[in-house]
Each structure stands twice: as structure tokens, then as C-alpha cells.
Write a new protein. Structure first.
Length: 271
């Protein structure tokens, strides 16, 4: 059953992105009315898929890179929905949900079933570690998306092109505030994930070591985002510079989750 749900999920995400795109670029009334119900429907269906997969394989769907991609898609979408509810701004959905769509598309085509996993993956510490890390990486994704929107709007204004991007996106100041909120979430959540991970590492391994490339990569990502918070608060680094560094942080995060995890990681490889 989970395999059928897995292949239906990208259809939900494509429909969601299409509706948000039609509302943003074409100002279609039906799309404006349909996009929020589609968002809730996609989240509900994705939650059902994750629950079914967990029940069938008897472990949380976070044991392989492409299971994590699906969790990231869900986390990004859920985080965006919360932002939409709080801010009452729906203009940025097309850009953020596109990222969730591609995360889920990659997961759908490359995910592998893992009916048997090591017992250590059932630890509550492991669950807390992975949950905080995934939400942190979802916040990193959203920060990258807002930064991209900021740069798009910045270049549109600089070129005196006052088209749909200028009219529909929030102001540069609003986008910068939204980006910094997401960046602070990255720092907080990845910091907690690192702490839980170190405690769990000592719980599982008697001779724990800290030279695992994935751990080093996560610490580098955390330090980079921490530097952005400090630089903006104490050294007046802001605007375009912060946005470029935020996008760089997003790509480093993706590199840490994929290339490092697949080819270089040591104790983070459980499958």
C-alpha cells in the first residue's frame, strides 16, 4: 500500500505548486480559492503515507537519505503552512512549495524499502535527534527560498522592472525579516539536534568519536548560520550579503544531507 501512496504523492505536490503558481502569476480566482485546501489535503495525504510506512516497516521513515527527503518535503510544507497562517501572506508559497515538490519527487523515485533496521534506530534519543535536525534543515530550506525571493525582487527593482514579482512579493524588509526568523530556527534546532546526537552517540557507542564527516558537516552548517545571526546583530551585515550567505548555507546543508551522508559518513550509515 505504501508504494501506491508513494507514487501518488508527487501528483499532490505538483497540483499544489501549479495552483500556487496560477494564483501568483496569472491571478486566477479558482487557484486562489483552491490553493489552501490543496495545501491541507497534501499535508494530510503525506501524513497518512508516513504513518502507513511507519506501521508497515515498524520504524520511523528516517533511516535512509530518500526517506529523509520525504520527511523534509513534509516538514517544509508544514512549516510553510504555519507561516502562512501566522502571516496571512500566501504570495511566497509557489517558491517554497516547489522545493518540497522536488524533495518528494527525488524520494519517490529513489526510496528503498527497509523492513529490517538496527535496534538502535528505535531509541527515543535518536527520534529527538532526527526530528530536530529535519525541522532545522526544513528551516534552512525556507531561509534559502526567502533569500532567493529577496534577490529576485532586489534585481527587479534595480532594473526598474515593476512587474508581477514586484507587485506580488512582500517588501525587501519583510523578506529579510522572514529569512532571519528561519535562520534563527536553524541555529536553535540544529544546536539541539547536535546535543541530542552527542548524548545518543555516547549511549550507543562506548568509544565514541567526533570525526564522522556528517557530524562535522552539521556543525559547520550550524556555525555558518550562527555567524549570520551574529553578523547581522553586532556587525550590521544585512540585506543582499545576508541573502547570498543564506543561499550558500542552504546548498551546504543539501551537500551534508546527500553527498556526505551517502559516500563519506561513518556511524550515520545504518542501512
Amino acid at each position: 500500500m505504501s508504494s501506491y501512496l508513494n507514487y501518488i504523492l508527487p501528483i499532490f505536490y505538483f497540483s499544489l505548486v501549479w495552483a500556487y503558481g496560477k494564483a501568483f502569476f496569472a491571478d486566477q480566482l479558482w487557484a486562489k480559492r483552491a490553493k489552501t485546501p490543496l495545501l491541507i489535503g497534501t499535508l494530510t495525504f503525506h501524513g497518512l503515507y508516513l504513518a502507513v510506512r511507519t506501521i508497515i516497516f515498524q520504524h520511523p521513515p528516517v533511516t535512509t537519505v530518500f526517506e529523509i527527503f520525504s520527511m523534509l518535503a513534509f516538514s517544509v510544507t508544514a512549516t510553510y503552512w504555519i507561516i502562512e497562517l501566522r502571516s496571512h501572506r500566501k504570495e511566497t508559497g509557489y517558491f517554497i512549495l516547489n522545493i518540497a515538490f522536488f524533495f518528494q519527487l527525488a524520494s519517490t523515485f529513489f526510496i528503498k524499502d527497509t523492513p529490517v533496521v538496527p535496534e538502535i534506530l528505535r531509541s527515543p534519543l535518536f527520534g529527538a535527534h532526527v526530528s530536530c535536525a529535519l525541522i532545522g534543515y526544513a528551516a534552512s530550506t525556507i531561509a534559502g527560498a526567502y533569500s532567493f525571493m529577496y534577490l529576485m525582487l532586489y534585481h527587479e527593482m534595480k532594473a526598474s522592472r515593476f512587474g508581477v514579482i514586484y507587485k506580488k512579493l512582500p517588501t525587501l524588509e519583510s523578506l529579510e525579516r522572514m529569512t532571519m526568523t528561519a535562520i534563527k530556527l536553524v541555529v536553535a534546532l540544529l544546536g539541539v539536534a547536535i546535543c541530542f546526537g552527542i548524548v545518543w552517540l555516547h549511549h550507543v557507542y562506548q568509544n565514541a568519536h567526533y570525526d564522522d564527516p556528517k557530524l562535522i558537516g552539521t556543525v559547520i552548517v550550524w556555525m555558518m548560520y550562527g555567524f549570520l545571526v551574529v553578523a547581522r546583530k553586532y556587525f550590521a551585515v544585512q540585506g543582499r550579503k545576508i541573502m547570498i550567505l543564506s543561499i550558500a548555507g542552504f546548498f551546504i546543508s543539501i551537500f551534508s544531507m546527500t553527498i556526505i551522508n551517502i559516500f563519506f559518513s561513518g556511524f550515520h550509515k545504518f542501512y
